[in-house]
Design a protein. Structure first.
Length: 105
């Protein structure tokens, strides 16, 4: 099926944090979120915590284009976030890219 529009660029990042760093992770990720939603081309930047396993998080990042998604990874707030949270992770984070088809508002 041929798309009549350019899909959103969506990355879903799975993170597992060491239990003693949950609050620190949320605090630092909140700062990253607040800056990310102001970036050009950002459509969503959701942060979710698993209800029955609070050390597991999912970040849902949607951008209008690949260039804007790539630019996010060069921002000072993302680079600071990446450096700060790395030692708090129980395992390396895993980002999975998707083409976001719907909704298109």
């Amino acid at each position: 099926m041929k798309l009549n529009f350019n899909p959103m660029i969506v990355t879903i990042v799975h993170v597992e944090v060491k239990p003693e760093y949950i609050d620190d992770f949320i605090r630092v990720t909140t700062k990253n979120h607040q800056h990310s939603v102001q970036e050009p081309g950002n459509l969503r930047f959701d942060v979710l915590q698993k209800e029955d396993h609070p050390v597991k998080f999912m970040l849902y990042e949607a951008y209008e284009s690949e260039a804007e998604a790539a630019a996010h990874k060069e921002t000072p707030h993302y680079l600071e976030w990446r450096e700060r949270v790395a030692p708090w992770m129980a395992q390396p984070r895993k980002g999975i890219k998707y083409n976001g088809l719907l909704p298109r508002e």
